[in-house]
Write a protein that binds this ligand. Structure first.
Ligand SMILES: Cc1cc2nc3c(=O)[nH]c(=O)nc-3n(C[C@H](O)[C@H](O)[C@H](O)COP(=O)(O)O)c2cc1C
Length: 180
């Protein structure tokens, strides 16, 4: 049977992003039969503009929608910015929400995880990402979650923390199990 394909969308563009590292860990730790691909192009998307959302949409938009169409599920890995969703991620949600009613992630399972330095681990951003994606079309899996505070990582790469690595592997497995 073909692998279950999970598209990982990262809400930080920073080269040393903890959230990108978590997404990479998800790719490394994915159970057998599951392939996680970390998407690279969110920073290339223009701000959502209905005037651009035509048959001639920008290449970065076409690429994102094609990657989403290829995927069986999506894993969002994001920090929190000022108590909410980073703009780059919200912009991606808006592009993926169109065409209205038939976006490329429609009805596909989607889970939200991430790390933030605050004591609550970015839970506000994670809740709002679930809310927004829930309106945008995917089937948000509320029960699959992980919000890691800075203290959980201790400045080390998440792959060096066995507990975090196991939690991320568990998330990927549970998300993949939602693919019908
Ligand atoms: C603009 C900005 C706003 C931030 N706001 C929050 C916040 O509301 N809550 C929080 O826990 N951390 C906040 N932080 C700290 C981030 O959690 C921290 O920079 C984290 O490492 C960002 O994720 P990344 O490593 O994946 O880039 C903020 C950081 C930036 C740059």
């Amino acid at each position: 049977m073909a692998d279950i394909k999970v598209l990982a969308l990262v809400g930080s563009l920073r080269a040393a992003s903890i959230n990108r590292q978590l997404a990479e860990l998800a790719a490394e730790a994915a159970p057998e039969g599951v392939t996680v691909t970390v998407y690279d192009g969110l920073g290339d998307l223009p701000f959502y503009n209905e005037d651009l959302d035509t048959e001639d949409a920008p290449a970065a938009v076409v690429a994102l929608r094609a990657a989403a169409a290829e995927a069986d599920a999506a894993l969002v890995v994001t920090p929190e910015y000022n108590g909410s969703i980073p703009g780059v991620l919200k912009n991606a949600i808006d592009w993926l929400s169109r065409p209205y009613g038939s976006g490329a992630l429609k009805d596909k399972p989607l889970a939200v995880i991430g790390a933030a330095l605050g004591q609550y681990g970015g839970v506000w951003a994670h809740d709002e990402t679930r809310k927004s994606f829930g309106i945008a079309g995917p089937r948000v899996i509320e029960s699959v979650k992980l919000s890691l505070p800075g203290t959980a990582l201790d400045g080390k790469h998440p792959r060096e923390n066995a507990e975090v690595a196991a939690a991320v592997r568990d998330v990927v497995g549970k998300l993949a199990a939602e693919v019908s």
